[in-house]
Design a protein around this ligand. Structure first.
Ligand code: MTE
Ligand code: MO
Length: 355
């Protein structure tokens, strides 16, 4: 009997289903652009219904002409297309010791997409932004309960005016050259380059321009680095992505033959661009350069790195990988613990054996 060829493909990794949080199989997807079916999903609430209202984007607050833009209008406006990764600030939360509460992401809460949309700046200029503008709030159509708080709350986040006016901050309508799929925010979502992805609000409903800082729960209570277990003192808001890497292959705890092995992965940062990615086989005593595929890289994209490892001596090995960005930030040996487990970016480390 003739058997059909069995095609083996990766899937999303389920972290929770209510709400849906699923990770990219990042060790098994070495695509430059994450295919949409493998793009991670991170939600606070059940998915909002799509109604005619979903196609209207209201602009109000500190503008001369409050009103709304509709979807069709936005599709007609001059657009921009940008390749960039979205990374959840809870990516790698599982690494924190002692463990922190929250969605227990491994390293799959990152994916890279091609985003197309209208610069937010153009919308704000059309609306006649007043000089009193300070903070810009983006509210999604999804809402629900927050543990410990009364009532229903929409998912709403703000960005400061300088970030809002950056020409690459987009009201996006396409992901990977197709309309953004429902679970990723159809029809409209915000895209804030360099920031952790909580800033990139999905299912955009309204934009409100405030003359003071926004104090909604996802802005003022959540998404801060809280250095202490029992007090909120010295909290710092979560903003741009920290410099970080993933060793995609080989997998942790692999047993390999002596010979030549390709060690590869990705590196990314929310400040500057990736400057170098170094690898160590002696627990950080000495570092060697990996090869960067910067020919392929764009302003905000992740950088692919690789190292050809010629190894003959049998035994156990620790492989460490550390990226540095052009602002001089590098992955630390010890990440400062924070209560909500945000921004883990310790040196990427795996153990292997040559047998
Ligand atoms: N409306 C809305 N936008 C949202 C969220 C949400 O729950 N609701 N989650 C945010 C967070 S924390 C992340 S990491 C990204 C995830 O985007 P994705 O599901 O398209 O990967 O969306 C952000 N935008
Ligand atoms: Mo997130």
């Amino acid at each position: 009997m003739q058997r059909e060829k069995v095609i083996i493909k990766p899937y999303l990794t389920t972290i929770s289903l209510d709400p849906e949080n699923q990770g990219t199989p990042i060790h098994f997807s070495d695509d430059w652009i994450t295919p949409e079916p493998l793009f991670f999903l991170r939600n606070h609430y059940p998915y909002p219904p799509i109604t005619p209202e979903s196609f209207k984007l209201t602009v109000s607050g500190e503008v001369e002409e409050p009103g709304y833009f509709n979807y069709e209008q936005l599709l007609q406006m001059p657009s921009k297309t940008i390749v960039l990764p979205l990374e959840c600030s809870g990516n790698k939360r599982k690494e924190f010791q002692p463990p922190t509460f929250g969605t227990q992401w491994d390293d799959g809460a990152i994916s890279q997409g091609v985003w197309t949309g209208v610069p937010l700046r153009d919308l704000l200029q059309f609306s006649g932004l007043k000089t009193s503008a300070c903070d810009i709030v983006f509210e999604g159509h999804d809402s629900g309960k927050i543990v410990g708080l009364e009532g229903d709350h929409p998912f709403a986040r703000s960005i400061p005016i300088d970030v809002a006016l950056h020409p690459d901050t987009l009201i996006a309508y396409a992901l990977n050259d197709k309309p953004i799929t429902y679970k990723h925010g159809y029809p409209l979502r915000l895209i804030v380059p360099k920031w952790y992805a909580m800033a990139s609000v999905k299912w955009l409903k309204k934009i409100t321009i405030l003359d003071e800082p926004f104090d909604g729960p996802y802005q003022a209570l959540d998404y801060h680095y809280f250095p202490y277990e029992d007090s909120d003192e010295d909290k710092v808001p979560v903003t741009t992505m920290k410099v970080n890497t993933i060793i995609q292959q080989p997998l942790p705890q692999s047993s390999l033959d002596p010979g030549i092995h390709l060690i590869y992965g990705i590196a990314w940062t929310g400040e500057g661009i990736i400057d170098k990615v170094d690898i160590s086989f002696d627990k950080g005593a000495s570092w060697l350069k990996t090869k960067l595929r910067q020919d392929q890289s764009e302003t905000y994209s992740w950088t692919v790195w690789s190292y050809i490892w010629d190894v003959n001596k049998k035994g156990k090995y620790t492989v460490m990988v550390r990226a540095t960005d052009t602002t001089g930030r590098e992955q630390p040996a010890h990440v400062t613990w924070n209560r909500l487990g945000y921004g883990y970016n310790g040196i990427s480390t795996i153990n292997l054996q040559i047998v």
